[in-house]
Design a protein around this ligand. Structure first.
Ligand code: AMP
Ligand code: MN
Ligand code: MN
Ligand code: MN
Length: 271
């Protein structure tokens, strides 16, 4: 079985439409897929319940913070119509819109000629994310490329890194649990935490109802997968895997990731 439980569409910061993403996943032989856009489930409005070619699992990637660090929580296999999920998505969509205004103000204070209307246009009107700001900074000539824009202006700890708008960690998990779903710590590797800190995050996460960790994510080194697998096993968590696909490139493809570690308990077997 080829399983990908972390992907994005152009509704958030991916490149493909929901239908194009499904088509691509089918072409690549993916059997089970979750579309996990940032803080929105709008992709599912466009996806037919009568999709026969692939098993679709409802999903979302919520932004939150823990001890001042930006953390992403993937919610999987919930009821799209549950009040908890509806409330969560509505709250985060509002937070994201407000945050975008704050990011624009902060960048303008840095003497950058950021045009908020243009950023909105790049984002397609709604669900504005930092990559849309990055694209605008590149077209303004203020950054060489996306990576450079993150490094200089909007990445961790920079002026455009606004985290205070997001709902609290426990609240985000409660929306997923309230919707009958599974909450999973997304791409633990990306936070560049010490093991001690990661263990603290996992313990706090479990205490508020979290059940899983993404032991395999996108372009991850074998050693890191092994480390995450061990931690996942020791902590009695379920394991998830996802490409975190945004757009096709030589190093990113839907359904492509390191092998799933044998000692881990697959989250999808709990469904
Ligand atoms: P946001 O959801 O607005 O906080 O934006 C976070 C998104 O920005 C992530 O999901 C990635 O898609 C993207 N991202 C984060 N860091 C970088 C980077 N250094 N270069 C390019 N894209 C990045
Ligand atoms: Mn993204
Ligand atoms: Mn993420
Ligand atoms: Mn993601």
């Amino acid at each position: 079985m080829k399983i990908d439980l972390h992907t994005h569409t152009f509704i958030s910061d991916g490149a493909l439409s929901p239908q194009a993403l499904i088509d691509r996943a089918v072409e690549r032989g993916v059997d089970m897929l979750s579309v996990t856009d940032h803080d929105t489930t709008d992709a599912y409005k466009e996806l037919g319940a009568n999709e026969q070619r692939i098993k679709l699992i409802t999903g979302v990637e919520f932004s939150t913070q823990w001890r001042g660090m930006g953390i992403h929580i993937v919610g999987l296999n919930f009821d799209l119509n549950s009040p908890a999920i509806k409330e969560g998505v509505a709250r985060q969509e509002q937070a994201r819109a407000k945050r975008a205004e704050l990011i624009a103000e902060r960048l303008q204070k840095k003497k950058l000629a950021v045009d908020f209307q243009r950023v909105k246009e790049i984002a397609g009107g709604k669900h504005i994310g930092r990559p849309h700001f990055a694209q605008h900074l590149v077209e303004l000539g203020s950054a060489k490329n996306m990576q450079d824009a993150f490094k200089k202006y909007i990445g961790d700890g920079k002026a455009g890194d606004v985290k205070q708008c997001w709902a609290e960690f426990d609240e985000v998990v409660s929306w997923v649990v309230g919707g009958g779903g599974c909450a999973v710590i997304a791409h633990p590797d990306k936070y560049k935490m010490t093991r001690t800190k990661l263990v603290a995050l996992i313990d706090d996460f479990k205490a508020v109802g979290g059940v899983g960790v993404e032991v395999v994510s996108g372009r991850q080194l074998t050693n890191s997968v092994k480390g995450m697998a061990r931690l996942c096993y020791e902590k009695g968590l379920l394991a998830s895997c996802g490409s975190d696909f945004h757009q096709a490139s030589s190093w990113s493809e839907v359904g492509s990731m390191a092998a799933f570690p044998k000692q881990c308990q697959p989250i999808w077997e709990s469904w």
